[in-house]
Write a protein that binds this ligand. Structure first.
Ligand SMILES: CC(C)(COP(=O)(O)OP(=O)(O)OC[C@H]1O[C@@H](n2cnc3c(N)ncnc32)[C@H](O)[C@@H]1O)[C@@H](O)C(=O)NCCC(=O)NCCS
Ligand SMILES: Nc1ncnc2c1ncn2[C@@H]1O[C@H](COP(=O)(O)OP(=O)(O)OP(=O)(O)O)[C@@H](O)[C@H]1O
Length: 196
């Protein structure tokens, strides 16, 4: 069974993925897969986004790339169009290599973009109030207010309703403590069919 883990930035997807991993589930972090891909796509990224996306060691500087794309929806779309076909190929490999019958959790803020959601038998949508997400982002990422606002704006169209009308969707609200979240995750696990 393939289970999407979606929700806006700092809603708590990584936190939930960690809890699910601790309970033995295989969790794939699409952000991390993208980071791996970006190194192998350096030339094409340089051609499209310029030399300012390189750091002093000649590696892709994701902070710099993020600064460019999160302030320009067409540039973010361009980056997604370059990355998603390769990401799709990586996902095929990961799914193929997984133990047959295992549940695979796809942790992906952008699950509804690039049609990754179409692979999912179930989507877990994580929600948390905007202000709380904003405070969590400031604390976690140490980025400017403006950058976080821009990243949040790039996720305006990401909504639970998208999934609710297309695929089985389970909503987890993460506006309280980690121990409350843990109970909600354990209750979700009880709803899942056993792995084969
Ligand atoms: C813009 C990039 C270089 C910024 O990298 P950086 O290391 O600073 O941030 P990181 O990758 O950890 O992402 C932080 C958060 O930004 C948000 N985010 C990332 N990409 C997107 C996107 N395409 N649309 C909306 N939100 C996004 C997510 O909430 C994500 O968790 C990077 O996020 C990227 O290449 N994004 C485009 C590819 C993509 O869609 N990745 C997400 C796959 S789920
Ligand atoms: N219930 C909670 N109580 C306290 N802190 C939390 C809680 N949930 C998440 N956090 C913290 O908030 C921050 C954001 O959470 P997390 O990284 O899980 O979000 P995310 O949805 O995966 O974000 P992104 O899409 O930006 O990667 C992290 O530092 C995390 O430890």
């Amino acid at each position: 069974m393939i289970i999407g883990l979606a929700g806006k930035s700092c809603s708590g997807k990584n936190q939930i993925a960690e809890m699910l991993e601790f309970r033995g589930f295989l969790c794939i972090d699409l952000d991390l897969e993208v980071h791996r891909l970006q190194e192998s796509m350096k030339e094409i990224l340089l051609t499209n986004f310029g030399d300012s996306i390189l750091d002093s060691h000649g590696q892709i500087d994701r902070r710099a790339l993020g600064q460019i794309v999160f302030k320009s929806p067409p540039l973010l779309k361009k980056l997604e169009d370059l990355l998603y076909p390769k990401l799709d190929e990586s996902l095929n490999r990961i799914i193929c290599d997984a133990r047959p019958g295992a549940h695979i959790i796809l942790n992906a803020a952008a699950l509804q973009k690039g049609e990754f959601w179409k692979r999912c038998d179930l989507v877990i949508w994580v929600s948390a109030p905007w202000g709380l997400r904003f405070l969590r982002a400031l604390k976690r990422d140490q980025r400017s207010l403006l950058h976080i606002c821009r990243r949040f704006r790039a996720q305006k169209e990401l909504k639970s309703q998208f999934f609710l009308s297309r695929v089985d969707t389970y909503i987890i609200r993460n506006g309280f403590t980690r121990s409350v979240l843990q109970k909600r995750v354990d209750s979700l696990i009880k709803h899942l069919p056993p792995e084969r």
